[in-house]
Design a binder for this molecule. Structure first.
Ligand code: ATP
Length: 352
């Protein structure tokens, strides 16, 4: 069992983790979900003893990570966001090396390395240099290293970042299969990933836990909503009057306005398609609709819904949200670029 109490981490004057409490029962697969910069890696780095906390405590199966680091760490297999692999080693020699560091006794080392290579399906790459592996295979090597010594707890930081869709599916399946014998904490900024793999989700935002529940309960809380982005020709007041009269609109927010065309974002209390209805309502009032498009709730909006907060109105809050959204997109763009390159490299290497 993992018990985290009142965890705080300051980086200088910046507080990255602001009093996080977590309890992970044996056998659970828990997802730490949050946007970039939420504090997931910092929390995981503290739980695994990579960095120290400013205050608070972490207990791993009853061992305090600060007071008894060796005993606590021996219970954990950690896959950091960027696995610390030695590029000029072969998979086999690297895993033997990690097994040695982890204290696997010499006569059992080879068998243990073979066991984890089999689980992570990299046996056929055993003699290959790590530098020659694709990103997906490197991730598997990192996972194999985390599994060495058969620790009861696995902590996986963004295990599918940068992988192509088929690799993502494989790694998720692998994690699910590991869950039978391990307690797993994994972090992700992808809502669908944690809801698919985890039986419990902890949502972290801005260094605090904003919600935690089963995926079913969390999705129930926001699945009956949808967003619609509109551009309507007319003045704010008249548009507002129409919107106020519609019973399935929970809230709306005006955006930019140009040449008499007003942007407005609606939050509907239904996930049914109401685009036609909205179009004709405004057309009937002689207000031409230039755009009406349904959009799914973003992670940020799910956070807002789950925490029961109002949509941020302050300028600085809006900026922060825009920055986060930008950050997420950048990551995804980077991922797809990397994936394409990876695949190309992998094909090149396979041809060698
Ligand atoms: P990501 O998904 O982008 O990895 P995260 O949720 O894992 O995000 P963290 O890496 O824990 O977030 O970072 C939390 C905050 O702490 C961020 O604002 C980050 O910039 C900041 N931070 C992390 N490490 C340091 C550091 N060594 N020094 C200063 N600030 C840091």
């Amino acid at each position: 069992m993992i018990v985290v109490e009142d965890l705080v981490k300051n980086y200088g004057s910046f507080q990255a983790v602001k009093g996080i409490n977590l309890k992970v029962e044996d056998g659970q697969i828990v997802g730490l979900l949050g946007p970039n910069g939420a504090g997931k890696s910092t929390t995981m780095n503290i739980i695994t003893g990579y960095i120290s906390a400013t205050s608070g405590s972490v207990e791993i199966d009853g061992y305090n990570i600060m007071a008894e680091p060796m005993k606590a760490k021996s219970r954990i297999g950690y896959l950091p966001e960027i696995p610390p692999l030695y590029m000029d080693m072969t998979v086999l020699s690297y895993l033997k090396f990690v097994a040695e560091i982890k204290g696997v006794v010499k006569k059992e080392r080879l068998a243990e390395v073979k066991r984890v290579m089999k689980i992570t399906k990299i046996t056929d790459r055993a003699q290959r240099m790590i530098s020659k592996l694709s990103k997906g295979y490197r991730q598997r090597v990192g996972l194999a290293a985390a599994l060495l010594g058969n620790p009861p707890i696995l902590i996986l930081d963004e295990p599918t970042v940068g992988l192509d869709p088929s690799q993502v599916v494989e790694i998720r399946e692998l994690i699910r299969s590991l869950a039978h014998e391990h307690t797993v904490i994994l972090s992700s900024h992808i809502l669908s990933e944690v809801s698919e793999v985890c039986d419990h989700i902890i949502i972290i935002n801005n260094g605090t836990v904003v919600a935690e529940d089963t995926p079913e309960n969390l999705s129930r809380k926001y699945s009956n909503q949808s967003h619609v982005a509109m551009e309507i020709k007319g003045d704010k007041e008249s548009i507002g009057e129409v919107l106020d009269s519609i019973d399935y609109i929970e809230s709306y927010e005006f955006g930019a306005s140009e040449d008499g065309v007003q942007e407005v974002n609606l939050l509907l209390t239904t996930d049914e398609d109401r685009n036609d209805d909205l179009f004709y309502l405004f057309a009937g009032k002689k207000m031409p609709v230039r755009k009406v498009s349904r959009e799914s709730l973003s992670l940020e909006e799910v956070f807002l819904k789950l925490t029961g907060e109002e949509k941020p109105q302050k300028e600085e809050d809006v900026d922060v949200e825009a920055e986060d959204a930008e950050g997420t997109e950048t990551v995804e763009e980077t991922e797809s670029v990397e994936t394409a390159e990876d695949n190309k490299e992998d094909n090149d290497k396979e041809e060698e």
